[in-house]
Design a protein around this ligand. Structure first.
Ligand code: GLY
Length: 394
């Protein structure tokens, strides 16, 4: 059977690899179509693996999905690193979330109660205890929460490893844009490239992030709306120890995070969250807000070397949760809408999407995230509406 994956972001890459690997010996051939693999949100992302620290109210089913993926991470990266000899920069040594003022501390305290009500292991720390954990924190930091099992990975190294693993597993990479899905006898039958070439397939996975809706040839309503949500990110570099682990902070209500790599001095500072359509311009205001808030928490941040600034587009579904399941069109599987959790959800998405493509049993935890939930009369897994369309809201 021929399977085509449209989109080589982290979700498409992980799914293509797992499908080729599981399909070996079952006559399955996988083709991955993308003009520039691993170049979208994946290349911009800091790589947070933070199901506990980034928990949001009303998102309990998403938390279960995120935790299930987090629990797969160490074996996922160990397998990839052994297979490819590429280090992924994975670390699971916790995230410290800190509060700048008393109001921020009250928000963290509410979050801690919510996390505790769900049985999540989080430790409340005083300001002094936070500074003992991270000596570079400002003297005024009021207190914080330590989520001991949250962590991070370097998405650029992870996707390099995934590309190498795909090659080893026999995945054919087509560096062209997929313009449309070929539909024959009311089923997906292949992919039409931008130059008109048709690649035939029995199954197609659409994992094109915020571009998923642009794919031509599909009956209206086949793909739920997936909107781009811009994130601006700054990469800094240090030659001396600066942070021991990931730090997330609330500064007068604004969240900001810093993700240090364990071995190469990179520190990723992110991220804005802007609803501006397909706009990837880096703005003075976005960068200023990130640096302003980071400096309130860690005054020494301005001494770090500047390395890079980028902006990417997170794919946001109507309920901000991933869309993974069979589409209404036979032969088409959807794997999009991972929003703020694409990197975190890569291992589980690989398992879920390969199972869907190969007709294997799908992990139960993913059932609430099928596209069926957007059909009239269905109950979505969570009820948080998308954020406002203009506000820069980190
Ligand atoms: N998960 C971090 C972000 O989306 O900015």
């Amino acid at each position: 059977m021929e399977i085509i994956v449209i989109g080589a972001g982290i979700v498409g890459l992980a799914a293509a690899w797992r499908t080729a690997e599981r399909g070996a010996g079952r006559g399955v051939r996988v083709t991955l179509v993308d003009p520039e693999p691993a170049s979208g949100a994946t290349a911009v992302a800091a790589g947070m693996i933070t199901p506990v620290s980034e928990l949001a109210y009303g998102e309990e089913p998403l938390l279960r999905l995120n935790l299930a993926s987090r629990d797969r991470y160490d074996t996922f990266v160990a397998e990839l690193e052994e297979l490819t000899g590429t280090s992924t920069g994975y670390r699971d040594d916790g995230l410290l979330q800190v509060a700048f003022d008393a109001d921020d501390l009250a928000v963290l305290d509410d979050l801690r109660r919510f996390q505790a009500s769900l049985g999540l292991p989080v430790e409340a720390l005083t300001g002094r205890e936070c500074r003992r954990q991270e000596p570079m924190l400002a003297p005024g930091v009021r207190g914080g929460l330590l989520a001991p099992r949250d962590g991070s990975v370097d998405p650029r190294r992870l996707t390099a490893a995934l590309l190498a693993a795909c090659e080893k597993a026999g995945v054919t990479l087509v560096r062209r844009r997929a313009a449309g899905v070929v539909v024959e006898r009311d089923a997906a039958a292949g992919v039409r490239l931008e130059d008109g070439t048709v690649l035939r397939a029995g199954r197609v996975l659409l994992a094109a992030g915020p571009w998923s809706e642009d794919i031509e040839g599909l009956p209206p309503g086949t793909v739920p709306s997936v909107r781009p949500v811009k994130g601006q990110v700054i990469r800094l570099r240090t030659r001396v120890p600066f942070l021991r682990r990931c730090v997330r902070g609330l500064v007068k209500g604004s969240p900001v995070y810093l993700v240090p790599r364990a071995d190469d001095g990179e520190i990723v500072l992110g991220a804005t969250q802007e609803e501006l359509g397909f706009d990837t311009r880096v703005t003075a205001g976005g960068l200023w807000e990130l640096l302003r808030d980071a400096r309130e928490l860690l005054p020494g941040v301005t001494e770090l070397e500047f390395a890079e600034v980028t902006a990417g587009l997170r794919p946001g579904s109507p309920d901000n949760a991933p869309v993974m399941g069979h589409a209404d069109l036979p032969g088409l599987v959807l794997g999009t809408g991972h929003f703020r959790h694409g990197v975190l959800l890569a291992p589980l998405s690989a398992d879920v999407l390969s199972a869907l493509l190969l007709d294997d049993p799908v992990p139960e935890v993913a059932r609430p995230f099928s596209p069926d939930r957007f059909h009239a009369g269905s109950t979505p897994p969570r009820s948080t509406p998308p954020r406002s369309t203009t506000e820069v809201n980190r």
